[in-house]
Design a protein around this ligand. Structure first.
Ligand code: HEC
Ligand code: HEC
Ligand code: HEC
Ligand code: HEC
Ligand code: HEC
Ligand code: HEC
Ligand code: HEC
Ligand code: HEC
Length: 412
């Protein structure tokens, strides 16, 4: 990659139209840096008045160095640009970055908008919450009108489109945080995050990208994952899952795990890495077991008609109607207290126990995750006993009134 043009050159180019640079026309997408380049009726000429900082970012970018002009991404039809709200389809990026596009298309990132908009919680939410509270993160996997899959500028933003920006853990932070997927917080609390933040040296401690992007897998952030997938993770094929989870075969597991261990070996022995990852697998399986016990208890109550209110007596779920939903598409509202507690158990504490373990944060694994799971399960067991005792009391024949005490004492 060539260096940025010197500031004086950039300034001179924009401020005057005197420097004529040899034409470099490739399929009309590359700028012609000629005398008319910054005329008032050229893209740059007009937009350096409209959005001077935007144009300056582009001048500092690899695209400027490579002579990729405004038209290279936006085309030259202003009306069409307004129709797109200024956005550029990833299919356009793909014309020059076919490999990145293809790799990205294989990752979970590419389809994540459809995953969100098909979810029960999305369908049950008000429109502005859907836009600001779901789509704003999940649009990384949007589909453009021309079929382009994924929005490239979420990690390297316009108009610098910098690879270095995307390598920063901060590039992932806006989405990968919070109570259900605290990868950022867990990484920060791990030895890796602590060392990296102290030394800011990628060769000493790994950032998100070292384990998930770049390298052999390129833009396919899914390539190294096994049981530690998004949402509630995955199970090996044939293993029952307490709530909806992805599945993978043993062969897929081995192949993916080997790829992950390859990312560790520049700094650790493969044995060390394998042992620590095996511990995280075990924690995922323990967490699944606790979740399964709670799910069985709640499903048993529902079978016996003891959930209060029963699914038949509340507004229908947008996908499941009057069936009870645990995990996956489970809603926050219009359920019952014991299901609400199960929501916290599966969405937050189950998730954090294994996501914390795969990111080597003892605090997330234990205090937030494992302790949270045990506390939830204790509550679910207790609430089930209470609901069953109450039902037994309701079902018992009315008690015969006991005779007054005097009568008993005075009896001959
Ligand atoms: C004569 C001035 C002029 C020229 C020439 C011009 N634009 Fe624009 N462009 C504008 C103005 C004004 C806006 C609206 C700005 C606003 O809303 O703040 C705009 C908006 C845009 C938008 C945003 C659309 C949206 O809905 O957000 C893009 C993208 C854009 N122009 C790209 C280009 C490209 C590429 C070219 C060259 C092919 C170009 N413009 C040529 C003046 C110009
Ligand atoms: C490498 C591709 C690429 C090039 C080159 C490029 N743009 Fe863009 N542009 C984009 C993308 C992607 C977006 C959408 C940004 C977003 O979603 O916020 C965008 C958005 C815009 C917008 C509207 C969004 C905003 O923040 O106002 C304007 C205006 C715009 N570009 C003008 C230009 C101009 C002028 C040039 C040339 C100096 C240019 N672009 C060069 C990819 C490009
Ligand atoms: C007309 C061809 C063309 C189009 C269209 C294009 N690029 Fe590029 N891009 C290049 C060239 C050439 C380079 C410099 C060489 C390289 O890194 O491949 C580059 C470099 C990059 C880099 C690396 C920058 C760095 O810091 O090293 C990123 C990231 C990038 N482009 C993203 C995008 C995105 C996102 C889009 C679509 C919004 C896009 N490009 C559209 C040609 C293009
Ligand atoms: C704009 C939000 C956003 C940004 C920025 C973002 N991600 Fe994601 N990421 C998501 C979403 C949403 C998913 C869930 C994908 C799905 O639906 O399966 C995801 C999934 C993933 C997965 C799991 C993929 C799978 O198939 O299970 C990994 C790993 C990942 N992201 C890593 C990263 C890294 C590393 C960065 C920063 C370089 C990053 N992400 C930046 C939103 C984002
Ligand atoms: C989840 C964050 C993320 C998204 C989304 C993303 N990238 Fe990248 N991109 C990166 C990272 C991180 C690097 C730097 C990788 C490295 O240095 O090993 C990078 C590097 C690049 C580069 C320069 C090096 C190379 O691989 O050629 C190009 C070009 C590029 N991306 C294009 C794209 C295109 C096109 C898209 C959309 C299809 C896209 N990126 C979407 C994170 C992302
Ligand atoms: C030292 C390597 C390493 C680093 C650094 C790292 N991760 Fe991970 N990540 C993993 C492992 C290991 C898994 C689970 C792999 C499996 O399923 O076998 C994982 C899984 C994930 C997942 C899927 C859900 C989950 O948490 O299990 C996402 C999303 C993710 N990581 C994002 C990130 C983000 C964002 C960062 C930076 C803040 C990051 N990771 C830093 C190793 C790492
Ligand atoms: C702060 C950003 C953010 C917001 C807001 C957000 N999500 Fe997510 N979502 C993510 C990330 C990041 C992942 C993947 C990481 C993980 O699960 O470990 C994800 C994962 C998911 C998944 C799992 C996808 C799969 O492949 O199984 C679904 C479904 C989902 N989100 C739906 C929603 C819905 C519906 C909303 C709004 C009610 C929403 N999300 C709001 C960032 C967000
Ligand atoms: C760029 C170098 C680098 C990479 C890559 C890397 N690590 Fe580390 N890791 C470190 C450093 C540095 C430490 C702190 C070592 C110390 O405490 O002396 C560390 C510590 C750890 C610890 C904590 C050990 C403890 O005793 O607390 C675990 C677990 C770990 N790494 C696992 C992994 C795994 C698994 C991978 C691959 C998925 C990986 N690391 C990738 C540099 C790296």
């Amino acid at each position: 990659m060539s260096a940025r043009p010197p500031r004086w050159l950039a300034r001179a180019l924009v401020a005057t139209a005197l420097i004529a640079i040899p034409l470099s026309l490739l399929g009309g997408r590359y700028v012609r840096l000629g005398a008319d380049w910054i005329d008032g009726d050229s893209c740059v000429g007009c937009h350096r008045q409209q959005n001077p900082r935007l144009v300056r970012q582009w001048i500092g970018s690899a695209h400027f160095d490579a002579r990729v002009g405004c038209e290279g991404c936006h085309g030259d039809d202003h009306e069409a640009m307004f129709g797109m709200d200024g956005a550029v389809s990833s299919k356009v990026c793909a014309e020059c970055h076919a490999q990145a596009y293809e790799e990205f298309g294989r990752s979970g990132h590419a389809t994540t908008l459809a995953d969100a908009t098909g979810n029960g919680r999305f369908l049950a939410a008000p429109a502005a919450i859907q836009r600001q509270g779901c789509v704003s993160c999940h649009a990384i996997g949007r589909t453009f009108p021309d079929g382009g899959q994924g929005q490239c500028n979420f990690c390297h933003t316009g108009h610098r489109f910098s690879a270095a920006e995307a390598r920063e853990p901060r590039a992932c932070e806006g989405c990968h945080l919070g109570p259900d997927h605290p990868q950022m917080e867990a990484w920060e609390a791990s030895k890796h995050g602590v060392v990296w933040r102290s030394l800011r040296d990628d060769t000493t401690a790994p950032t998100c990208v070292a384990c998930h992007l770049g390298g052999a897998a390129g833009h396919d952030s899914t390539a190294n994952l096994t049981l530690g997938r998004v949402a509630s993770g995955a199970v090996l094929e044939g293993t029952p899952a307490p709530v909806p989870m992805k599945t993978l075969t043993r062969a897929e597991f081995d192949e993916r795990r080997a790829r992950m261990i390859d990312t560790c070996t520049p700094c650790h022995s493969s044995g060390f890495a394998a042992r620590h990852l095996r511990d995280a697998d075990e924690i995922k399986i323990v967490a699944d077991g606790l979740l399964a016990e709670a799910a069985d208890i709640i499903r048993g109550l529902e079978r016996d008609g003891l959930i209060d209110p029963m699914p038949a007596d509340r507004p229908p779920h947008p996908l499941a109607g009057h069936a009870m939903v645990l995990g996956g598409h489970q809603l926050y509202s219009d359920t019952s207290p014991i299901e609400q507690r199960f929501f916290e158990m599966s969405k937050f504490h189950h998730s954090v126990a294994f996501k914390g373990a795969y990111h080597f944060s003892p605090d997330h694994t234990h205090w937030v995750g494992y302790f949270g799971l045990q506390r939830d399960l204790t509550f679910v067991r207790g609430e089930a006993r209470r609901l069953r005792a109450e039902a037994a009391r309701r079902a018992a024949p009315p008690a015969v009134a006991a005779p007054p005490v005097e009568e008993v004492v005075d009896a001959p």
